[in-house]
Write a protein that binds this ligand. Structure first.
Ligand code: 13P
Length: 248
């Protein structure tokens, strides 16, 4: 049985004060034990604050990105070693906003996935199709390509220390979620891809759903057999809402 994980991707929202109060709020909410694993992924300047606040609480911390490089003349980039040193546990790689707005392709995403693991971080690999791709019935082709690119570069064993997040682009920030059945179908497809390589790893890996997850829809999506929790954007910016998604 896989434990569920609910991770909050704050994107470029928040402040230092909000980081402090959100982490403290979640810690207080789940002081007697959390119903699932809970992670917060604030912007880089607030990671250290979040890590300090999360110490000895059920809350863990992740970064929204990580460099594929370890050290050097890479202005603006942050290495996995730096993130691990301050106490981060996760790094999101391949978020659709970075793929589309920052031009990150499958090869770079795979390199970031490998770099995260090199420094002991667990990558949260995001995959997902656009509305146009879904309507053209290309979802499996696109998601399959995104997963296989990392599989080819990192090897199946690496997926034993990774999380995958299925985030259909048309559901991100739109208020339009995938139906539980749509999510389940893609999650099962992803797990099936991995099962062809290693059944044990396929059974153990967490596959999260992301895209307009709210307290009102989390329970029905998380109830699907291949959905192991969520990667939550907007609804992770406020303690009550995020805590109720964690309880779902
Ligand atoms: P929303 O929950 O705001 O739709 O964002 C989803 C997402 O992109 C999380 O990474």
């Amino acid at each position: 049985m896989r434990n569920k994980l609910v991770a909050g991707n704050w994107k470029m929202f928040g402040s230092r004060a909000m980081t402090r109060s959100l982490v403290a709020g979640l810690a207080a909410e789940f002081a007697d034990g959390a119903p699932c694993e809970i992670a917060v992924c604030p912007p880089f300047p607030y990671l250290a604050e979040a890590c300090r606040g999360a110490e000895e609480t059920p809350v863990t911390v992740g970064a929204q990105d990580v460099s594929d490089q370890d050290e050097g003349a890479f202005t603006g980039q942050v290495s996995g070693a730096m993130l691990a040193e301050i106490g981060c546990r996760y790094a999101i790689v391949g978020h659709s906003e970075r793929r589309s707005l920052n031009g990150e392709g499958d090869a770079l995403v795979a390199a970031k996935f490998i770099a995260a693991q090199r420094h002991g971080l667990t990558p949260i690999l995001c995959v997902g199709e656009s509305l146009e791709e879904r309507e053209a019935e290309r979802t499996e082709e696109v998601v399959g390509r995104q997963v296989r690119a990392v599989l080819a570069a990192a090897g199946i064993e690496a997926f034993g220390r990774a999380v995958i997040a299925y985030e259909p682009i048309w559901a991100i920030g739109t208020g339009r979620t995938a139906s539980p059945e749509q999510a389940q179908a893609v999650h099962a497809f992803i797990r099936g891809l991995l099962r062809a390589e290693n059944a044990n790893i396929a059974d153990l890996i967490k596959v999260l759903y992301g895209g307009s997850v709210k307290s009102a829809n989390a329970a029905e999506i998380f109830a699907m057999p291949d959905v192991d929790g969520g990667l939550v954007g907007g609804a992770s910016l406020e303690v009550e809402g995020f805590a109720s998604i964690c309880r779902a």
